[in-house]
Design a binder for this molecule. Structure first.
Ligand SMILES: [Zn+2]
Ligand SMILES: [Zn+2]
Length: 399
């Protein structure tokens, strides 16, 4: 009897958790800060939840469901991944680390060596396995020579060439390989499919190396400054697979890339724009509104500082931002509340307001330890959370 009673009580408690969870995620009204109507079925994730025996359904089906890859054997097979969009100002530099393998996609404008090397040190990296030079423009290669001398990459992947970094690469003995559409590169435990260029058009931006990186089914697209016919082709290739988890927006948010049809085909949940102060008007209002219309949550290195994604073996993703954690909602460079450069990475804010977290798809904000953060954990200020999300009724964050 006592045992049966305990079992029944446990079942009731589980039911309560499920009910509470459903209530928390059931209101589809929350456009709010990100407008992210992208939906990933949180309940499918295999991360164990200590309390409930059944998986609580935290997010409700949305108009545009995005299938999530099954994490199944990931816990044993795949090491953790870090993807870092380094804040190099007006230019691109992204680090990918998979287990002990580390690669760098582009090296930012001249003067960004310090920021890139500091990010590499923070990851505990002393040597690069590979660099990718998307195309030989100075805002992608200017900072590369210094990094190449210090981190002696074994391999370089280029489309057109490595531009100003060529002699540095040769002098440290890096093997340089021209890549073309259709090849698949191995980035540690990840695969990186070359989607562009096929043949060279003669326009350096259009001929950017475009990589589709797959991390256990989560897809990340690195576009360089791709545009034109090659961008259209990349879109059509992406459309054959599941939606992107993250799009590195091409050409710093220029209006000449990221067309609405491309966005419809790639269907990204998140976008990161690598951009600094510039006279080109990057990112342009057209690009920002197209991304928002596609339901993509946007971050930029200009507004958010260096953006880091930590993808655990289970597939759960934790985001950290060196500056503001508020998504980009308009094109204006520094208009948003962030103002200066206040650090808002997890756990560092004071003054009683505290840092809370949202998930990729839910409409609630949570305390750091909440069970609903097992799938994704994206910091946000309490003020922004209150503006666009509801307080989770399980962990009861401040309201
Ligand atoms: Zn370019
Ligand atoms: Zn560029």
């Amino acid at each position: 009897m006592a045992i049966r009673g305990t079992v029944r009580l446990a079942a009731m408690l589980a039911a309560v958790v499920v009910l509470v969870g459903t209530g928390c995620g059931s209101d589809p009204g929350g456009g709010g800060t990100g407008g992210g109507n992208a939906s990933v079925a949180t309940a499918e994730k295999a991360t164990p939840t200590p309390k409930a025996t059944k998986k609580p359904k935290h997010s409700t089906p949305k108009p545009k469901p995005k299938p999530t890859p099954k994490p199944t054997k990931a816990a044993v097979a795949k090491p953790a991944t870090k993807i870092v969009f380094v804040n190099v100002g007006q230019g691109d530099a992204a680090i990918i680390k998979s287990g002990s393998w580390t690669g760098l996609i582009d090296g930012g404008p001249s003067g960004s060596e310090g920021a890139i090397e500091s990010a590499l040190r923070q990851l505990g990296v002393s040597r690069l396995d590979a660099v990718v030079v998307s195309h030989p423009h100075a805002d992608h290669t200017g900072g590369l020579s210094g990094v190449v001398y210090d981190y002696r990459p074994r391999q370089a992947y280029v489309g057109e060439g490595a531009g100003g970094a060529s002699s540095a690469l040769r002098s440290v003995g890096t093997s340089i390989k021209q890549v073309r559409r259709g090849e698949t590169l191995r980035f540690g435990a990840l695969s990186a499919k070359v989607l562009s260029p096929g043949s060279l058009s003669g326009d350096a931006n259009e001929d950017s190396v475009v990589l589709l990186v797959d991390d256990g089914g989560k897809r990340f697209l690195f576009t360089g400054d791709c545009t034109g016919a090659n961008e259209s082709l990349v879109g059509s290739i992406c459309a054959r697979g599941p939606p992107l988890y993250l799009l590195k927006v091409a050409h710093h948010g220029s209006r000449y890339s990221t067309s609405s049809s491309f966005l419809a085909e790639t269907n990204a949940t998140f976008a990161v724009i690598s951009v600094g102060s510039n006279s080109y008007g990057h990112p342009t209002p057209e690009t920002i509104s197209a991304l928002r219309a596609a339901g993509t949550r946007i971050y930029s290195t200009r507004k958010n500082g260096t953006v880091t994604l930590s993808v655990a073996a289970s597939g759960s993703v934790a985001w950290t931002f060196a500056k503001s954690s508020k998504p980009v909602t308009k094109a204006g460079g520094s208009s948003g509340g962030g103002g200066g450069s206040g650090t808002s990475t997890a756990g560092s804010s004071g003054g009683g307001s505290g840092k809370v977290y949202v998930t990729e798809t839910g409409e609630c904000y949570h305390l750091g330890g909440c069970q609903y953060l097992s799938h994704s954990k994206i910091p946000i200020s309490l003020k922004d959370a209150k503006a666009g999300y509801r307080a989770c009724s399980v962990c009861k964050p401040p309201t």
